[in-house]
Design a protein around this ligand. Sequence first.
Ligand code: AMP
Length: 114
Amino acid sequence: MSDTLFSKIAAGEIPADILYADAEVVAFRDISPQAPVHFLVIPRQPLPTLNAALPEHAALLGKLLLVAAQVAAQEGIAASGYRTVINCNADAGQTFFHLHLHVLGGRALNWPPG
Ligand code: AMP
């Protein structure tokens, strides 16, 4: 059992605004939103980065995207659009080492990112 902050959120040990949860995946609002809608989708299994993903995780990784789309629809940003981001290690600015997919929407997002 991991003790990452995100594992504790998934276990209900630390409060968060949970948007979706099942046996494998949890989605919750980012505590420091960078867009009107900003939530994170995590696997309960605490892979530290995308680099740790193995072929056996393929279905789980796919599920993160499906849950992202489902929650984006719930949040009313499916038609207007949104961005999914996985930051991996230092150059991407990853700060929490429990794999998580950001979903941002509710405003126009610049591309490319800085
Ligand atoms: P990253 O920089 O990709 O590792 O993103 C980590 C994200 O976790 C940041 O957007 C933080 O705002 C977010 N975050 C940190 N602590 C919490 C928390 N307790 N609840 C929700 N989001 C959090």
